[in-house]
Design a protein around this ligand. Structure first.
Ligand code: 13P
Ligand code: ZN
Length: 276
């Protein structure tokens, strides 16, 4: 089977188009990766070239030894993924040490995997362990409202989680564990990858101040839906703050506790503090 005939490649391409349509992927902004199942790898074996050089990942991910990933290429535009996926995407294989990767498919006209490969793979390593293999998708995008909020809210997990939960009743049900925030850092390297992957131990969403967000999920739909829910909530908060600096009414801590009971989720008490 050809890579582009698979459901996982189709899912990746659809998400890229949907993300561009939302306005979250100016130029080459954002990147996306998917960890293949063993069946995925078997099904495309004949379409892969396994004799290329191994190159350094820039991070150590021993928990991903031998795993295959479909990833976006560095400098590739999301809007072009549906038009020329074999140019914009790559399948890579991680070596047995978890230190190097080999390009085995794609990037037809040259290039390399996303510059955020260290963050993607370190997040995958954490999520593979924490979810016993269930999470397979890591998505990074640049949604304007979330980014805007990182200029006016304190860069604290508790503040972002609580403010975004308050903006839409569904939010605590969609991301009950909350949201982590990484202060501004230079992107593209190991340092920001380490910080982000620490937050992925606790949350499925990490905000990068003045830059964008990273989301983790089981499927393309769930991961995109998570980013979509967070950004919608951020949009409501931006609108609310633009109309009035102080809310007249909102969902109170006891409301969240009631919601948690009725919807069968557990909401950490650290987010349900009394506001002064
Ligand atoms: P890449 O084009 O290397 O994926 O970088 C885009 C980006 O959003 C960096 O954070
Ligand atoms: Zn980015």
């Amino acid at each position: 089977m050809k890579v582009l005939e698979t459901e996982f490649a189709k899912g990746m391409i659809r998400l890229a188009g949907d993300g561009f349509a939302q306005g979250w992927h100016e130029r080459n902004g954002g990147n996306l990766s998917y960890r293949l199942t063993e069946e995925d790898v078997c099904s495309v074996q004949d379409d892969l070239k396994l004799d290329g050089a191994f190159l350094p990942i820039g991070a150590s991910v021993p928990g991903l030894a031998g795993e295959y990933f479909l990833v976006t290429g560095s400098g590739k535009f999301f809007r072009n993924v549906p038009l020329a996926p074999e140019d914009a995407l790559a399948v890579i294989r991680v070596d047995q040490k978890g230190e190097n990767y080999q390009l085995v498919w794609g990037l037809q006209n040259g290039g390399k995997p996303t510059s955020e490969l260290p963050t993607h793979l370190m997040n995958h390593e954490v999520k593979k362990r924490k979810t016993k293999g269930a999470h397979r998708v890591i998505y990074h995008c640049h949604p304007a409202n979330i980014i805007a909020l990182t200029f006016v809210l304190p860069l604290k997990d508790e503040v972002f989680t609580r403010e975004l939960w308050e903006m839409a009743t569904e939010c605590p049900v969609v991301f009950p564990d909350g949201i982590g925030v990484v202060e501004w850092m230079v992107p593209g390297g190991r340092e920001i990858a380490v910080k982000t992957s620490e937050l992925m131990e606790l949350y499925d969403v990490a905000i990068w101040a003045h830059h964008g967000i990273f989301c983790s999920g089981e499927t393309f739909d769930l991961t995109f839906g998570l980013a979509h829910t967070v950004e919608k909530s951020a949009e409501i908060l931006v609108k609310t703050l633009s109309m009035a600096p102080k809310k007249l009414q909102t969902i109170e801590p006891d409301g969240f506790r009631q919601l948690a009971k009725d919807f069968g989720v557990s909401l950490p008490e650290k987010f349900l503090f009394e506001k002064g």
